[in-house]
Design a protein around this ligand. Structure first.
Ligand code: FAD
Length: 342
């Protein structure tokens, strides 16, 4: 902590203001909890990187940044305090049961419960044109964007379960899907591979890497340059879409101390969104779950906020009663074993 750092007290601190963080803020604000939302950029999360969405119920077609503005305005309406351009460096549970959420300036936000909704980052290919045409041909989410590629030719890069499964899914819309893998064998499970090999709309291109996304400012992506690492042949695929599935990094680095996670690093929770660290809740893309969408992030966050409210109420009751650390820990673990609040 720097010498001029301040300690501010809140009921709950939310890390990240994407769909999950903003939904959590709406609910904790509405529950009259003193809420701080710490966001390293501006409210919106991945919505700010998404051109259009057509799968958020009630919004048949909406611009990502417009939806972000609507979410933020609604979340702020109930009193949550938003701290923008405030990057969190760590969320740490102290021996007295409080969380200290520290920012890069050394300020500390102290609260009995914390909700981390820091999302994750799709791993990029790092090739020319990839970022330029992101949202205008290049995508990292087939469920989100497949419908924009009806009757078109698209390429998928990757060799794991996600690439193979999403490639198969894309053929519901696209006329043809090139599945490009730098090796001569997929890592994906055999059953998923079989779906791909049986699908006449998919052509697998082995031993090959994507080299450059081509396009023009008006129409977006128009082609993908690829390079066969065995034959050294280079060619241009006539694809108007590129789906990259080479991994996703959950932003869990801010959580100090041990927390249970799956093999990919996603945070495991009980059904109240509480982690193995009592009082620490997570919601959205960094949580281990089947899918990662705006609506699931909001759904998780609703549960997390309501569960956090109940946790905070009990935490404060115990403080008033002067409970010992042992009593507090027993109560915290009773929540975990019960798998939720009643
Ligand atoms: C290109 C693209 C298109 C998509 N299209 C759709 C779609 O059409 N429909 C759909 O339902 N879903 C779509 N998704 C998925 C959807 O955007 C995510 O599932 C959703 O945004 C997850 O919300 P979140 O709040 O968990 O995380 P995020 O949206 O990732 O938000 C996390 C927030 O935490 C902040 N943060 C991270 N670390 C820190 C830190 N240390 N300190 C402070 N703040 C921090 C980030 O800046 C960010 O604002 C798309 C995703 C991508 C990448």
């Amino acid at each position: 902590m720097s010498p001029v750092a301040t300690i501010r007290d809140y009921d709950v601190v939310i890390v990240g203001a994407g769909p999950a963080g903003m939904t959590a803020a709406l609910y904790t604000g509405r529950a009259m909890l003193r809420t701080a939302v710490l966001e390293r950029g501006f409210p919106g999360g991945e919505l700010l990187n998404t051109e259009y969405l057509d799968d958020v119920i009630g919004f048949p077609k909406v611009l990502g940044h417009e939806l972000a503005e609507k979410f933020a305005a609604h979340a702020k309406q109930f009193g949550a305090e938003f701290f923008e351009t405030t990057s969190v460096t760590s969320v740490k549970k102290m021996p007295d049961g409080y969380f200290h959420t520290e920012t890069e300036t050394g300020d500390i936000f102290r609260s009995p419960a914390a909700i981390v909704t820091a999302g994750g980052t799709p791993i990029k290919l790092g090739i020319p044109g990839e970022l330029e045409y992101a949202g205008r041909g290049v995508s990292y989410c087939a469920i989100c964007d497949a419908a924009f590629f009806k009757q078109q030719v698209v390429a998928v890069v990757g060799g794991g379960d996600a690439a193979v499964e999403e490639g198969d899914f894309l053929t519901r819309y696209a006329n043809k899907v090139y599945l490009i893998h730098r090796r001569h064998e997929f890592r994906a499970s055999k059953i998923l591979q079989q779906h791909v090999f049986d699908n006449p709309k998919i052509e697998v291109i082995w031993d090959t890497v994507a080299e450059e996304v081509e396009g023009d400012p008006q129409s977006g992506m128009t082609g993908l340059r690829i390079h066969n690492l065995v034959t050294q042949e280079r060619r241009l695929l006539d694809a108007t879409g590129l789906f990259v599935f080479i991994g996703f990094r959950p932003n869990t680095g801010v959580i100090a101390g041990h927390f249970d996670h799956d093999i990919m690093g996603y945070v495991l929770t009980d059904n109240a969104m509480m982690t193995s660290m009592p009082g620490l809740f997570v919601a959205g893309d960094l949580r281990a779950q089947l899918t990662r969408q705006v609506t699931t992030a909001s759904g998780d966050a609703t549960t997390a906020a309501i569960a956090a409210d109940k946790y905070i109420t009990r935490f404060k009751e115990m403080q008033r009663e002067g409970s010992t650390t042992a009593e507090r820990e027993a109560l915290e673990s009773s929540h975990v074993s019960a798998g939720g609040y009643t």
